[in-house]
Ligand binder design. Sequence first.
Ligand SMILES: NC(=O)CC[C@H](N)C(=O)O
Length: 381
Amino acid sequence: MAKKPTACLVLADGTVFYGQGFGATGETVAELVFNTAMTGYQEIMTDPSYASQVVTFTFPHIGNTGITPEDDEAADPVASGIVVRWDPTEPSNWRAAGDLPDWMARRGRIGMGGVDTRRLTRAIRQLGAPHVVLAHDPDGNFDIEAMIARARDWQGLVGLDLAKVVSCAQSYHWDEGAWEWAKGFAARTEDKPFKVVALDYGAKRNILRSLVSYGADVTVLPATATAEDVLAHEPEGVFLSNGPGDPEATGEYAVPMIQELLNRDMPIFGICLGHQMLALALGAKTVKMGHGHHGANHPVRDVETGKVEITSMNHGFAVDSQTLPKGVIETHVSLFDGSNCGIRMEDRPVFSVQYHPEAAPGPQDSLYLFQRFTDSMRARR
Ligand SMILES: NC(=O)CC[C@H](N)C(=O)O
């Protein structure tokens, strides 16, 4: 006899999926997205850009390498929950320090297994990322009507400012060194580390590590830092991080702050939300996508060289390339749907990309962008 369901996922259109709950119990309302990466579930769950999103993985074996503290992209899981094909297995990995369900239970994150995630992914592709309620109750008591109503009433990510919510409260110096393979990069080039201020809108740790790998000395500032706060550190370059929510919702603090920095003529590099906010600051517009891009094998073409990079992606909003003003060049496009994946200012070292060159998880084809940032700071010394 089939096991009694202990978890359920309710879509705002009334579709219900049942499965087995794991991790925390309770209920959460969020946007549902699918991620096609075959590795890196822990990095995905701790990527702050997933705030207020439930992730379903198209790869079936989630949880089988356990949990490894060094793989956290933030202190806690940020994604609201996960929906997977099979119940997580016992971890089998020499690096594992714990198992996924226990880690999620201690951190208040709901999981649901035993779901036909391919069917669910098809539903997301048809509907666009739906609003959902995910619930886990060991007794299997669910008020489906109330859950549908809650999913329907939820405001969604459009207009939602989450960057401020996940950002650090205080500024700090990023002390974690370069990756093992990249140690000594700065020494090899005989450069003193380049002073970089990184604005934290939900920064992944591997971005900060990658900046250090390519020769930066990184001070992290909260999302609401003003241009004066930034300039007080006398940075040689400014980095704008990834982050959750609607880029337009940062229009009262981040966008005007970036506009002030643009008047100062210094190297600026942005990733994902940072890319979108830079585009807004330059006068372009952003749009909400249907189901977004979440995966680790998205092909992107460098428009200027014709070269294709396989990239890691996680975004639900995009820069509308039709709205890029004069003097701002589209540098990268998605080979999946032609959407904008990168911009630069024609005459200044100001550039950004929609995808994640730091990977974690994903391919490392795009690490050269960190080198480009360092080179632009070196050129100004
Ligand atoms: N990874 C990110 O920085 C995501 C940016 C933005 N929140 C989006 O969904 O498009």
